[in-house]
Design a protein around this ligand. Structure first.
Ligand SMILES: *[C@@H]1O[C@H](CO)[C@@H](O)[C@H](O)[C@H]1NC(C)=O
Ligand SMILES: *[C@@H]1O[C@H](CO)[C@@H](O)[C@H](O)[C@H]1NC(C)=O
Ligand SMILES: *[C@@H]1O[C@H](CO)[C@@H](O)[C@H](O)[C@H]1NC(C)=O
Ligand SMILES: *[C@@H]1O[C@H](CO)[C@@H](O)[C@H](O)[C@H]1NC(C)=O
Ligand SMILES: *[C@@H]1O[C@H](CO)[C@@H](O)[C@H](O)[C@H]1NC(C)=O
Ligand SMILES: *[C@@H]1O[C@H](CO)[C@@H](O)[C@H](O)[C@H]1NC(C)=O
Ligand SMILES: *[C@@H]1O[C@H](CO)[C@@H](O)[C@H](O)[C@H]1NC(C)=O
Ligand SMILES: *[C@@H]1O[C@H](CO)[C@@H](O)[C@H](O)[C@H]1NC(C)=O
Ligand SMILES: *[C@@H]1O[C@H](CO)[C@@H](O)[C@H](O)[C@H]1NC(C)=O
Ligand SMILES: *[C@@H]1O[C@H](CO)[C@@H](O)[C@H](O)[C@H]1NC(C)=O
Ligand SMILES: *[C@@H]1O[C@H](CO)[C@@H](O)[C@H](O)[C@H]1NC(C)=O
Length: 245
């Protein structure tokens, strides 16, 4: 009996010690799989200025690497900023980082379109891939990122028209698609992006028309559709402080 009691006591001591250790442990240490994904990202980049020198397997805590931010509870990588003048990247290994909230790939000279790697990052709120040599159409699946607040794809070679699916981005406050060779109509569905405050479609749309649904964007503070060849009427934007047609 006493032996069992001692065993039970030992067990509880062990348990509480174990739990204690867990509480003391620095929970910001990164997740193995995500560290590996970031190392793959680095392996596929040309790090022009050596900014990613601390991205190394022996530096176990990837949450402390330059440009990386983790959630301090879960340890998941939630923010990646790769705007270091890197080049030659395909974006593929980013897919593993499925808890990302913010991704900045601005200025990277992509050799392949990375957008397909991003569709499943359902927590993404901020995505900046401006000035990154993106080409081809804007994939309609981008609207799968239903939590997006900020989307910047400006200054690329994106062609085709703005996807109708963008009407699903109802939280989006900032959309910049300027400086792309886009064409065709602005979709009627844009009227469903009811949070939009900043909309820049300048220097691209070579033809097409402005939908009347744009009148529904009651939160707009900045609207630039200048340097286009749009037809259609200028909507009633008495409340919009910045307007450029
Ligand atoms: C976790 O690491 C940070 C940075 O090294 C340190 O400031 C902090 O005290 C650590 N937290 C714990 C609980 O050890
Ligand atoms: C990248 O590295 C270069 C050279 O060390 C430095 O001048 C630059 O500020 C770094 N950029 C960032 C964003 O840290
Ligand atoms: C965790 O992150 C949140 C938000 O960034 C911050 O307010 C909080 O102080 C952090 N907690 C610790 C223990 O570092
Ligand atoms: C992305 O990084 C660039 C360069 O550092 C910066 O100018 C831009 O504001 C960043 N984008 C976002 C959405 O923070
Ligand atoms: C842009 O990407 C294409 C491939 O899509 C590549 O052929 C081209 O060289 C890139 N442009 C620059 C300036 O590197
Ligand atoms: C869209 O996001 C969901 C999760 O929110 C994911 O299961 C699905 O695979 C994504 N679709 C595509 C085309 O990636
Ligand atoms: C467009 O992107 C290129 C490549 O990143 C950059 O050199 C250029 O300064 C950008 N132009 C504007 C107007 O932002
Ligand atoms: C919006 O998303 C729903 C599913 O969440 C989908 O059924 C619908 O087709 C999408 N609308 C557009 C315009 O893509
Ligand atoms: C826009 O919203 C209306 C009403 O909520 C809905 O009927 C319509 O299908 C939506 N259109 C798109 C493109 O999401
Ligand atoms: C815009 O121009 C493209 C060819 O450059 C053409 O295929 C398309 O039908 C035009 N769209 C409109 C709405 O005029
Ligand atoms: C704009 O042009 C397109 C085709 O080029 C036409 O179908 C549409 O009716 C025009 N819209 C207006 C308001 O003139």
């Amino acid at each position: 009996m006493r032996c069992i009691l001692v065993l039970v006591l030992c067990f509880f001591l062990f348990m509480s010690h174990g739990l204690g250790l867990k509480e003391d442990a620095n929970t910001s240490s990164c997740i193995d799989e995500e560290r590996q994904a970031l190392l793959d990202v680095k392996a596929n980049l040309i790090d022009l200025h050596g900014n990613l020198s601390d991205w190394a397997s022996e530096r176990v805590d990837c949450c402390k690497w330059a440009g990386v931010t983790c959630n301090n509870q879960s340890g998941h990588v939630i923010k990646v900023d790769l705007t270091f003048g890197s080049t030659g990247f395909t974006g593929k290994s980013l897919q593993v980082l499925n808890q990302l909230q913010s991704l900045n790939l601005s200025g990277i000279n992509f050799q392949a379109n990375p957008l397909t790697s991003i569709f499943s990052m359902s927590k993404l709120q901020s995505l900046d891939i401006s000035g990154a040599n993106l080409s081809g159409p804007i994939p309609h699946q981008l609207a799968n990122l239903s939590n997006l607040l900020e989307l910047d794809l400006s200054n690329n070679s994106l062609s085709g028209s703005i996807p109708f699916s963008f009407g699903n981005l109802t939280f989006l406050t900032y959309l910049d698609l300027s400086q792309n060779p886009l064409e065709g109509d602005i979709p009627q569905s844009i009227g469903n992006c009811s949070s939009l405050a900043h909309l820049d479609l300048s220097q691209n749309l070579r033809n097409g028309s402005m939908p009347d649904s744009i009148d529904q964007l009651s939160k707009l503070e900045y609207l630039d559709v200048g340097h286009n060849s749009l037809n259609g009427s200028i909507p009633n934007f008495i409340g919009c402080p910045f307007l450029s047609f």
